[in-house]
Design a protein around this ligand. Sequence first.
Ligand SMILES: [Zn+2]
Length: 403
Amino acid sequence: MKALLILLVALPWTLFATPKNIIVMIPDGTGHASLTAARQLKGAPLALDGCIYGLVETRSADNSVTDSAAAATAMACGKRTYNGAVGVDINRVPLRSLAEWAHEKGKAVGIVTTDAITGATPGGFSAHVPSRKNAADILEQQIASGFELFLGGGAKTLNDEHKTFMQQQGYTLVTTADALKQARGKLFGLFAPGIMTAEVARKGTPATNEPHLEEMAEKALDLLKDDPDGFFLMIEGAQVDKGNHDNDLPWATYELLAFDATVARVLAWASKHPDTLVLIVPDHETGGLTLLNEPHEGARAKALRAASGKGVGKPSDYFVHYSTTWHTGVDVFLAGNTPDCRPTRNCDIPYSIIGETTEPFQEIQGKTLQEGAVYYLETADGQRLRANRDAIYIQPTGKWYRR
Ligand SMILES: [Zn+2]
């Protein structure tokens, strides 16, 4: 009996239960060459270097090169979809996300990004719309979600109706790093009109009152950690992608260093909170960045050399070349603190995290979105909360009405 007990204790926890705390970190648009460039710029190993253990295939349902919306949907909802789709399948049927699953299990949920909060990646975890362009609808659904925390940019989408709805849903709206430090309870932090100010743009200029990714992540851990059921937290470093789209190596590389510093902080936190899974995986590569030993060097690589005074772009190291301003279809790295968690396709990720293959990250309430339809959510106390164009909220306790 004693031997059996010892055996049971020694078995990996994945055989018994999903982790109490789940942290998914996404450096959007980060390929292997971006890691090399960041390591060169830092002049020391990255936090990521110590925990990469696999590769993930990134394609979408309709394209060998995914966009961030289809990628986020696959990573959050376990199903590949068409490029541009946010949390819906190829037939526009809403799919339950890992974040929604966690919330239904009683866990606290946080979404953190340096993009607009309505961006494709945070959207894939928290909304269901047929097109990533529906920013106002994505924000409305995020407010309806009941998740504990949203931090990012995107304040320009916020209208008076959204503000009223936030109040009804019990959110505090904060817009500065100083206010974030003091804030407690359910939070909406919108710190910039669109995407947040890039790290490279903050260098040598007066400080903005926007938090860095690391500060947002730290606040999220602080606020979510007290839920007795645990939490789900998605942290996106969004602007490696933006920089690589622009073929702007300094932009992308300083963003990756900021993301990597956040990885170090999160892994340190997880090491003190044992039942915490940290999974780090880009949604795709952007820019087709390559590092060459022949002169393809562009003006922006030179700018990075000037900015850093060392490393990247130095002729004796390599020359920098981008092959596209869009994404590429190459595999991305898989990293984290739980090498047993081994998805090999983006759509395997939620199943690998919860350690099951049967959990229904599938259709929600069997509803198909219809273009132009307007939906109302009626709460348990009979209040009609919102109307919404061609989209649907996920609120298991409510009833749905279509006009
Ligand atoms: Zn992109």
